[in-house]
Design a protein around this ligand. Structure first.
Ligand code: ACO
Length: 390
């Protein structure tokens, strides 16, 4: 029997100019730029331009893209109707986002957009995803949707549509740093999904819908909510028992591992050292919490992180498990004021930049992705009529 590459670990399926990960050194570069240099400085529009065009924009090009994205934020009435129906049934936000993105075929026709270049379709989809998320969030809260503000950049407008208030500069910078940090990350599961769909010469709407479905799972983009819940639960227990956060974290983590659970926000398929994105987001979170946030929560989360790492290393000494991006994602997004159920959709809004760029790369590649499987079932079976089966 041929060896089976379970989970396709270590299998190279594409060449990409979009991002490079060194999992042993803990390094990530996005289109040639170290993530810790690019993410805290660039606007999200500049990063989108970089991914879609392979270079940073001039000031005029960045301005043109910003204005073009702002023009594409509206939703078709059918999208709103679908979101309203989903809200009435309490559908989780990621499912509502996946269904909402599906309705964008109403704008993009066959999803490739008749008469539009593929980059224009990418702009149109990336621009509308925050509107879907914010509209759905407000519908679930029984609040009226906020009309997008064309004067605001992509990230600032997302916060505005969520809260109905012009966000302050520190919040926008923190969220923009988050968007830039997670915009692309090699051949992760959702990006691979988008590329597989594109490789069949299907359309960009389908690729993004599939990617959102893949991102939703707790082993991928669904981890930050549970990561923050863990910190809150440990805090709650410490308050109740009067024990320290360290002591309660130790108990909680050991109990979780004894139940065979995975600790959200730790471990990574590629990184065998600390995820460099955790540091970028940790720095952004430190700044945000120092200015306005719940400093005690930040310190408690850092304490929990230390305990988790110590216990994980003790419990699984042969595994190289460290903090991944999701732990600090949770802290940063909470500090910005986003509720837990928006963490994964917000991840999707940022990663849509990478997904669309990979779709464009895959279109150029134009090679069907079709791996093989080793058959491990029975052979030589014979048909038995139903009345003769026991
Ligand atoms: N908590 C406890 N044990 C863990 C964890 C964890 N977070 N991560 C890995 N392990 C253990 C597994 O149980 C397994 O142990 P075993 O062989 O004794 O059964 C072993 O380590 C597997 O290690 P890897 O091969 O390095 O991990 P794998 O590639 O299978 O999984 C994954 C990577 C899915 C991210 C995993 O670390 C995990 O489930 N983490 C928690 C979820 C999470 O944080 N996801 C977000 C990832 S980042 C992102 O997608 C944006």
């Amino acid at each position: 029997m041929n060896d089976i590459a379970r989970g396709l670990e270590g299998i190279v399926v594409a060449g990409t100019r979009l991002s490079h990960i060194d999992g042993l050194r803990g390094e990530l570069c996005i289109a040639g730029f170290a993530v810790d240099e690019l993410a805290p400085q660039a606007s999200f529009e500049e990063v989108l331009f970089l991914l879609w065009n392979g270079r940073l924009p001039t000031a005029a090009e960045a301005d043109t893209l910003t204005r073009s994205l702002a023009k594409h934020r509206d939703l078709p009435p059918a999208t709103r109707a679908l979101l309203r129906a989903a809200a009435s049934k309490g559908v989780p936000a990621m499912d509502a986002l996946r269904m909402g993105v599906g309705t964008l075929s109403l704008i993009e026709m066959n999803g490739n957009g008749h008469g539009m270049t593929k980059t224009t379709v990418a702009e149109s989809l990336v621009a509308r995803i925050p509107t879907i998320i914010a509209t759905y969030h407000r519908m679930c809260d029984g609040a009226a949707a906020i009309t997008p503000d064309a004067q605001l950049g992509h990230v600032a407008n997302y916060l505005y549509m969520l809260n109905g208030e012009i966000p302050d500069a520190a919040q926008v910078r923190a969220l923009e740093t988050y968007f830039n940090t997670v915009v692309d990350h090699g051949m992760n599961a959702s990006t691979f999904t988008a590329r597989v769909i594109t490789s069949t010469r299907s359309d960009m709407v389908s690729a993004l819908e599939g990617a959102i479905g893949a991102l939703k799972g707790p082993l991928h983009g669904g981890a930050p909510g549970p990561a923050l819940d863990m910190v809150f639960e440990i805090r709650r227990r410490a308050e109740h028992s009067g024990a320290s956060i360290t002591a309660e974290a130790e108990t909680w983590v050991r109990e979780a591992l004894a139940r065979g659970e995975r600790l959200m926000g730790f471990g990574h398929r590629v990184y065998k050292v600390r995820d460099p994105r955790a540091d970028v987001l940790g720095t952004a979170a430190t700044r945000l919490f120092a200015d306005a946030g719940d400093r005690a929560l930040y310190e408690d989360a850092c304490t929990v992180e230390k305990v988790v790492l110590r216990v994980l290393h003790e419990a699984k000494p042969d595994r190289k498990l460290d903090t991944n991006v999701e732990f600090y994602t949770a802290l940063l997004l909470h500090g910005i004021g986003l509720p837990t159920d928006l963490f994964s959709p917000t991840f999707a809004a940022a990663r849509a930049g990478g997904w669309t760029a990979h779709v464009l790369e895959q279109v150029d590649e134009d090679r069907l992705i079709r791996p093989s499987a080793t058959y491990v079932g029975d052979l030589g079976r014979h048909w038995v009529p139903v009345e003769e089966r026991v």
